[in-house]
Design a binder for this molecule. Sequence first.
Ligand code: GRF
Length: 219
Amino acid sequence: MSRKRVAVLISGRGSNMAALIEAAKAKDYPAQITLVVSNKPDAGGLVTARTAGIATEVVDHARYGKDRAGFERALQAALEKHRIEIVCLAGFMRLLTPWFVGQWQNRLLNIHPALLPAFKGLDTHKRALEAGIKMHGATVHFVVPEMDSGPIIAQGAVAVQPDDTEEKLAARVLGVEHRIYPLALKLLAEGQIRVENGHCLIDGVPVPDAAELTPSDLP
Ligand code: GRF
């Protein structure tokens, strides 16, 4: 089996990146984390990646000022240098242009801390609590030019508790993120995902629903 070469793009602590690195240690996992790229030189996840023996690159967006195209060309060059086949955004806090997204059609994943299409954008846990919803969660989806909007690959849900704070809810959702991201990457790397009419089909059937993917042993 030839394992797909994956880059993880981060901006911060990189706990989802770490979950992907951990999952990829399994001999039968169909992808290897070949490269970690950060747009911030001080991202904590860079240390984690280096400790795990993974190549890292910093493409500092601040050095490019308003030149978004230049930033993305540098990003693309780093990915090409490492012969990357799949890109996973994991807490990567830059919006990507249609040009970059187009380079990676159906090979570019993102994880979002909400059950999309609800709560696109930032501060999802705060807004979820304000809205009084009973179920919250996380989504892995293909990236399209419109933010947080591509075909959904996997979702995991958690029940919102009456005494939840933003931090408590975020921690439980993060636990779900760390499970569904490795699952989604595995499905993609195995070639099991087909996109039809903007929906992901896995092995010809829709993806399992959230309840099936929700770990029963979450706190
Ligand atoms: C995660 O909640 C992810 O869903 C969101 O940003 C956060 C990144 O956390 N896009 P980490 O860097 O993976 O720990």
